[in-house]
Write a protein that binds this ligand. Sequence first.
Ligand code: PMP
Length: 364
Amino acid sequence: MSSVRRTATPDSLLRQEVLDMQAYSTPDSVGMIKLDAMENPYPLPQWLSEQIASLAAGAAINRYPDADPRSLKDVIRTVIDLPRDLDILLGNGSDEIIQLLALATAKQNAVLLSVEPSFVMYKMIAAFTGMQYVGVPLANDFTLDVPALLAAIEQQQPALMFLSYPNNPSGNLFDAQAMARIIEAAPGLVVVDEAYYNFADSSFLPMIKHHPNLLVMRTFSKLGMAGLRLGFLVGSKTWLGQLEKLRLPYNISVLTQLVAEQLLRSHDVLQSQAEQIKRDRVMVYEHLEAIDGVQPYPSAANFILFRVRHAGKIFQGLKERGVLIKDLSRAHPLLSDCLRVTIGTPQENECFVQALQESVRQCV
Ligand code: PMP
């Protein structure tokens, strides 16, 4: 019996969620002052890049990486002062950890809940993994709407929740007591995403011992290692022992292991860059506040969200002046006319402020 063989096409074969998705896109930034992606703007001191060069020269890149890099984990433990009874799971960036958590909890009809506006990958990864996504709007001032969240938790019974602390893109730290109420009300896992921890000085890590459903996630991307891709999850051995099963064995490359370990041995260098960024954040905020028609939001991260009139035009005006920031004005109704700028070097910040003043002037 002969059957007609149909050729597979994306439309016929792929899941509807995938067909409906927009790929995560990054703009061309060649030759621009790049203040769009929350990167650390500072290069490493020469003595440290020389150490790394010699490590890279001797790296066994013909071998698979260590599947369980103990010495890297030990350095991370020291740097974050992790209590003995807690464990670490390493990810190829914290994006990968979000995906792993979703894969682990994606039973049929399972719900991933977060607030909006927040980090876009929570929603995207829910779609990747076939989870139902629920986004509870923040209040107008980007604080948690606790009654709405408690009602959504009660109704949706989420298996997994993410709270970005500080929140991307608004930059604020949510009220800690409100967070605790939500963690207590949640029937599933709550992940506090502390990607911007180094600029915030506030953490839920000490709270893990009080909440058995709490995990804390961090990344080294904002501290100067975005190119290495290294994030980690902290939690009890009970949770992490199960989640480890989903981690691909060689997810942290040979070079990332070597370089990150070396850089973390000089953590003070990176932390002092973060301290500089925190000081410059105050300057940029004050400059933004002083511009007529610009409303910045207080930030505990390495970026500032601000509202302007005609955000689209201002964004273009900045681009024409060689400064790339992030236009969020169409990302969510609460973000109408909002732009987000990453804190750069003092010189970059100055160029940004000047380009913004000119663009605003051109728009009135
Ligand atoms: N969480 C938040 C809140 C973020 O803003 C980001 C990056 N923009 C990430 C996680 C992902 O970071 P990475 O994958 O580089 O570790």
